[in-house]
Design a protein around this ligand. Structure first.
Ligand SMILES: Cc1cc2nc3c(=O)[nH]c(=O)nc-3n(C[C@H](O)[C@H](O)[C@H](O)COP(=O)(O)O)c2cc1C
Length: 341
């Protein structure tokens, strides 16, 4: 195993970084989040010094770590991690050179799924085999395939991009995005998966996101509720290029709505492919101002007004017709002043 990752991390050019992923079995017996925070504190100092960016997942008794950075830094980190007694049985799942996806030094995620460690192990074994046969998918795909429980409609489909659509929902105020995902779960009788993420900052730790996979025939649509302060996380930004749309549930308070748009523009700043933004709100929302901000940030903005009683179903009924894949696929040449009204 040692020579595998040493070889792969040896010769990246300046344009590329070394990218390496492994899975291991956790030896933790106490609370996972606290232990991961301890790792984070140490990692932040070391990883920043080495310019290595890392995302760490804990799920069903397993760790998955995704590292990107100068080959020497990745190499050094892998050497330290391999000796750590807090986990065992490291399996290399990916090693390559390529563009950096992780925009920040540290992200971590705890996925609370009902899946057993043995089932997770089977998925690790499949990816390990693909890696050994030289068929390893990219790091983002490896991460997704491991963090999606097998029982979900999206588990098999997510590697096939034209059969899989990712949509993020973010509310300017309150919990409306989470209410909507819970309502979708109940309506479609689909399990809602809860995840907790954290980034580099000691404050604002522990961002929740929930998602549900909806098999709607032509596509499997994953709808992900994201907390506002989750937009700055490295992991969120690493996956944003794969989203077709971000739905903003607006409050009508122009300061709050503007703040949300600003967060989204900042999160998309370094992306080549950017999702289409749907701004949903009551008739008095200042769509013109939000559209201006979006355009300045290179984002396509579609606005839609709701009338009457607003609940989870009303938000979804307004958003769903706009989640047209072809629209997102062609967003590069869409006029920036498209209005959904
Ligand atoms: C799953 C897991 C992931 C880790 N990730 C990192 C990391 O990204 N960066 C880091 O410096 N240490 C990380 N560590 C901690 C290292 O294994 C090791 O304890 C630490 O780097 C040792 O540092 P030292 O040589 O300065 O004592 C991780 C540990 C575990 C169990």
């Amino acid at each position: 195993m040692t020579s595998e990752w040493q070889d792969s991390a040896a010769t990246a050019s300046d344009m590329e970084v070394g990218r390496l992923m492994y899975a291991s079995q956790s030896n933790f017996t106490g609370p996972v989040f606290q232990e991961m925070q301890r790792i984070r504190e140490h990692a932040l100092q070391r990883n920043v010094a080495d310019e290595v960016h890392v995302a760490l997942l804990h799920q069903s008794g397993w760790f998955v770590e995704w590292m990107e950075g100068p080959p020497a830094g990745v190499h050094a980190l892998m050497g330290r991690v391999a000796r750590d007694t807090r986990h065992r049985g490291l399996r290399l799942l990916h090693s390559s050179r390529g563009p950096r996806r992780l925009t920040q030094p540290w992200s971590m995620a705890i996925v609370q799924a009902l899946e057993l460690p043995a089932d997770f192990a089977r998925r690790v074994a499949t990816l390990r085999e693909e890696h050994q046969q030289g068929r390893a998918p990219g790091p983002a795909t490896v991460w997704r395939r491991l963090s999606t429980p097998l029982t979900h409609p999206g588990a098999a489909e997510q590697a096939v991009s034209d059969r899989f659509q990712r949509v993020m929902v973010c509310a300017a105020k309150g919990e409306a995005s989470f209410d909507m995902v819970r309502w979708l779960g109940r309506t479609h009788k689909a399990e809602v998966v809860h995840r907790r993420f954290a980034g580099s900052r000691a404050d604002g730790l522990d961002v929740a996101t929930d998602y549900v996979d909806l098999d709607i025939g032509a596509v499997v649509r994953r709808v992900i509720a994201m907390a506002r302060n989750g937009l700055h996380l490295g992991l969120t930004q690493a996956f944003l290029p794969d989203y077709s749309h971000v739905i903003l549930l607006l409050s009508g308070d122009s300061t709050r709505d503007g703040d949300l748009m600003q967060r989204l523009v900042a999160a998309c700043a370094r992306l080549v492919h950017r999702p289409v933004v749907l701004g949903l709100g009551l008739p008095f929302c200042d769509h013109a101002a939000l559209q201006k901000m979006a355009h300045r940030g290179g984002l396509v903005y579609l606005d839609c007004d709701l009338a009457g009683h607003i609940d989870a179903q009303a938000w979804w009924d307004a958003a769903e017709p706009l989640l047209d894949l072809s629209l997102a696929a062609n967003s590069d040449w869409l006029p920036l002043s498209v209005s959904a009204r």
